[in-house]
Design a protein. Structure first.
Lengths: 403, 218
């Protein structure tokens, strides 16, 4: 049946089921099971970083990088400095690309009374032109370094099949510098929007220096609470719910939020004063701040690359490889974990993937219930609208969550 | 992501076609019937198959978008007989699965045109819509990836004894994977009159390139 039961402007099929009698909410996920962890088993190691980007069309680079990191970890490979920098650049491009798409095309219409992102061209053509130039910049970074704006073609286990020339990097740097004003404008623009004043006791979690870090714990016991990424599986539990084909994640048994807001909370960023870390709607502002941050980072990485000799050699596996590897990256929507095991011939024998949205689903329900309580006197229609806005503010990728 | 990458061209497209139902891009929803329906992905639950059939019955032009819809793609790598085992391994044996076998749309209904690729080439969407608007039936490209690969100035992988599906794959991607240092995995589908037996003499296609073609007769 042709239906509009699914929440619009999010990736994948999800819907909120409200029990109006007791004001409680469940987030139903309707995607058919995609079984990527099974698909990988029996495939060659070289296919993993080609298959996993297909989990998601919005953050394929993040999946590509996570698979490569896990395979290199399994094979005892240390990639060279050039490759490290280029991968950092890919990640920066991925962050900008995904955040721009989400902010301007999925989320912004909620706050300025539009239905879809392209309608901004009539209402505010100057802003729309700026949004497009940000999208163009992000696509260009991905294209020059990863070979394509989505689904990388240049990356290899141990480095890159093909690295960009210095001339290409210089052109890219010029483009980043030319887009600086738009990047600064984006932060101002999204911090000046009016967000619903929701207060949720959020536990914000992100990866930092090889650890999984939570903002919840006081400084005193912080050391004991941060966990090594290698222990991700024991600390990030996944629960089954009968109304969802995606699992619901928790960190040490608690509901957590991951993504831009969590990353900024955990670095105590200089712009923290414009962010309310107890309001999930502020994830939108945090993403805009990150567009700025990652554009700066991309600039710095290119400058570094331009001052050194580029090394295009692909690093080889070590002889005493463990054949079991974990690859963790901060994807646009939060911490992403790939674990891959290989046999002696390089065939995949085990794969485990935990996506950011799996971790956020639990928190979305928690915040939605808080919204129902805090906005209970508002008319039903308005509450429904606010709930959809809230889900979008989390920038969930339902498709990724059913991987 | 690819459609938004069209940027200004997406606006031009919107001037020519009215998008009345696109959940990922807008709230606006009209229940149809529609003049053109573009479908991405494979149906993975029975309701999606029913919806696909309903749309087919009420739509003059049905187009599939991308390798999952057109070829089966990555989800189709999972053989139907293995799904039960993986539901148990990934979700536990108490779990009640909803999924069905992942196959191309053409296994269920007639498709009027397939926009190939994983990812698609966004320019192809413009071309197909333009041709439809001018009353033409869109045509497939009659040349292989090799043709575009030469234009891109790449050296031939086969001549270096490296496997590549370029010769049997339809052009349209501008040989982007080979330009990036990877082989062609065939995501644009088989070209007409592809000489598969000749390529099979060089390497085992099924073994090396099942990624997009697990459901293709090769």
């Amino acid at each position: 049946m042709i239906t509009n039961e699914f929440i619009a402007k999010i990736e994948g099929h999800g819907s909120l089921r409200v029990n109006w009698e007791n004001n409680t909410i469940k987030l139903h996920v309707h995607e058919g099971e995609r079984l990527f962890e099974g698909i990988l088993v029996g495939k060659t190691a070289e296919e993993a970083h080609w298959i996993t980007p297909r989990i998601c069309g919005i953050c394929p680079i993040a999946h590509n990088l996570a698979s490569l990191a896990s395979l290199e970890n399994a094979l005892g490979i240390k990639i060279n400095e050039t490759a490290k920098l280029l991968r950092g650049l890919m990640k920066a491009g991925q962050m900008i690309q995904s955040h721009v798409l989400h902010l301007f095309f999925l989320s912004l219409p909620d706050y300025i009374g539009l239905d879809k992102g392209t309608e901004l061209v009539k209402k505010d053509p100057k802003s729309f032109a700026k949004a497009l130039s940000l999208k163009e910049l992000a696509d260009e970074i991905a294209f020059v370094i990863a070979g394509r704006n989505v689904h990388p073609t240049t990356t290899a286990i141990g480095g890159f099949h093909k690295i960009p020339s210095k001339k290409e990097l210089e052109k890219l740097l010029e483009k980043i510098k030319k887009t600086e004003k738009e990047v600064e404008w984006a932060v101002k623009f999204f911090s000046e929007l009016k967000y619903p004043e929701l207060k949720v006791d959020l536990e914000l979690v992100s990866q930092k220096d090889g650890k999984i870090v939570s903002n919840k714990t006081s400084d005193v016991d912080r050391k004991t609470s941060d966990v090594d990424i290698k222990d991700y599986k024991q600390n990030l539990e996944e629960e089954l719910r009968d109304y969802s084909t995606a699992k619901f994640g928790k960190f040490q048994g608690r509901e957590i939020m991951v993504g831009a807001l969590a990353r900024l909370a955990n670095v105590r960023h200089s712009v923290s004063n414009i962010l309310d870390f107890n309001n999930p709607f502020h994830n939108n502002i945090a993403q805009a701040v990150e567009i700025f941050e990652f554009s700066k980072e991309a600039e710095e990485i290119i400058e570094k690359l331009l001052t050194r000799e580029m090394d295009s050699i692909i690093a080889k596996p070590s002889e005493n490889a463990t054949l079991k590897g974990i690859g963790a990256v901060e994807a646009p929507r939060g911490g992403l974990y790939h674990e891959i095991h290989l046999d002696e011939k390089g065939i995949i024998t085990y794969a485990n993937i935990i996506t950011p949205t799996v971790q956020n689903l639990t928190s979305i329900e928690k915040s939605a219930n808080a919204l129902m309580e805090q906005f209970k006197d508002r008319p039903t229609k308005e509450k429904e609208k606010l709930l959809n806005m809230l889900v979008r503010a989390y920038d969930p990728c339902i498709t990724c969550s059913v991987h | 992501m690819k459609l938004i990458s069209l940027r200004e061209k997406l606006l031009l497209l919107e001037k020519k076609v009215e998008i009345v139902n696109w959940r990922l891009g807008q709230e606006r929803f009209e229940a149809g019937p529609y003049d053109i329906v573009i479908i991405e992905g494979n149906p993975l639950i029975q309701q999606e198959v029913d919806l696909l059939k309903e749309l087919r019955n009420n739509t003059p032009i049905l187009i599939s978008l991308g390798a999952c819809a057109g070829l089966g793609g990555i989800p189709a790598i999972m053989p139907e007989k293995d799904r039960k085992m993986w539901y148990e391994k990934i979700y536990t044996s108490q779990y009640h699965p909803r999924g069905i076998d992942a196959v191309p749309l053409s296994n269920y209904v007639k498709i009027d045109f397939t926009i190939h690729g994983c990812p698609i080439d966004e320019e192809e969407v413009i071309r197909v819509i333009e041709e439809l608007l001018s009353g033409k039936k869109p045509s497939y490209r009659g040349y292989s990836v090799c043709f575009e690969c030469k234009l891109a100035g790449n050296s031939c992988l086969l001549l270096e004894n490296k496997p590549c599906l370029g010769p049997i794959t339809q052009g349209g991607c501008k040989a982007i994977c080979i330009s990036g240092g990877s082989p062609c995995y065939g995501c644009f589908g088989l070209r007409e009159e592809a000489n598969i037996p000749a390529l099979k003499k060089i390497f085992d296609i099924k073994k090396l390139f099942s990624m997009f073609h697990s459901r293709t007769k090769i």
